[in-house]
Design a protein around this ligand. Structure first.
Ligand SMILES: C[S@@+](CC[C@H](N)C(=O)[O-])C[C@H]1O[C@@H](n2cnc3c(N)ncnc32)[C@H](O)[C@@H]1O
Length: 289
């Protein structure tokens, strides 16, 4: 007998034995098919191939209950990544909690562009501002083992997650600082500075939609129509860059022009803007000196 059967869809009879296939079908119409697979993989600590190969395998009531609890939370809107506690980014799997922004595929573009500016031979110094889960910093450190990465965040909770992710991936060329943007690195110089800062305007209606409803506001929202963090970072960055150092920033879909203007005013040259996979201008950067 299954404990809490409240959520079971009318289309599937969940009387015992409850198999993997039956459980997945019971979620049909309630949540996305892929999400149901992610949740069950997490409950069974398995992978997609296992679910397919063992569709007829009966499950213990405890596991069924666990899945149904996650299903109920997903139906209520909680992000899959917070329910499973992880999200893939670039080529690594990152632990995530509600203390951090869930790493986004569009941020992989920022990583790619940053990697193109970081020598794989010479020892470079890299600064990641607003590291969150550490997705950018850990990925850069892993791909450029000769470099030294400094990862900054204002949030104690976020830094705890980022440190766990560095440990999980055995990344040692990284250090973490709890600080307000550059305040923790005064007097230091970097070859490349990257940031995916908060850039959504206060009161933006998207904040009431999807995963954003559950993510920390301090990771999402910036004043001055979403531009205050970007403005502050660009204004200070030149003081922390080596000659010919690069600043690379992720920004909102309509903020590329503003970023370029701010960079130009701050003395940056070689400006570039690149679109994400959806064709939206997403990353802008420039060189100082
Ligand atoms: C959009 S999230 C980016 C997280 C991660 N870098 C990523 O791309 O997935 C922005 C991060 O900036 C941090 N943050 C916000 N204001 C900050 C400040 N004044 N100084 C340092 N970090 C800040 C937030 O805590 C959050 O972790």
């Amino acid at each position: 007998m299954i404990g809490n059967n409240l959520l079971v869809s009318g289309h599937e009879d969940l009387s015992a034995p409850v198999t993997i296939g039956k459980l997945l079908r019971s979620a049909k119409g309630m949540i996305d098919h892929t999400d149901a697979h992610w949740l069950l993989q997490s409950v069974l600590n398995s992978n997609a191939a296992f679910l397919i190969a063992h569709a007829e395998q009966p499950l213990d009531a405890e596991l069924v209950d666990h899945f149904q609890q996650l299903l109920a939370r997903r139906v209520a809107g909680e992000p899959v990544a917070y329910l499973t506690g992880e999200r893939g980014f670039y080529d690594l799997m990152f632990e995530v909690t509600p203390d951090v922004l869930i790493p986004r595929p569009e941020t992989e573009l920022l990583v790619e562009l940053a990697l193109s500016k970081i020598s794989s031979v010479r020892q470079c110094r890299i600064l990641d501002l607003g590291t969150g889960s550490g997705a950018i910093a850990v990925t850069l450190a892993k791909h450029r083992p000769n470099s030294c990465v400094t990862a900054v965040d204002l949030s104690t909770g976020a830094l705890a997650v980022a440190k766990k992710n560095a440990k999980k991936h055995d990344v040692r060329n990284i250090n973490f600082i709890e600080a307000n943007w550059f305040s923790g690195v005064s007097g230091e110089k970097f070859d490349v500075i990257v940031a995916n800062p908060p850039y959504i305007a206060e009161g933006d209606s998207h904040l009431q939609e999807g995963d954003l409803r559950f993510e920390p506001l301090g990771a999402l929202v910036a004043q001055n129509n979403g531009l205050s963090c970007i403005t502050s970072i660009i204004a200070q960055a030149s003081g922390y860059l080596e000659p010919s150092g690069w600043l690379v920033l992720e920004h909102g879909y309509d903020q590329a022009d503003a970023c370029r203007e701010l960079l130009e005013k701050a003395g940056f040259t070689h400006l570039f803007t690149r679109p994400d996979l959806a064709g939206v201008d997403r990353v802008t950067g420039g060189r100082y000196g």
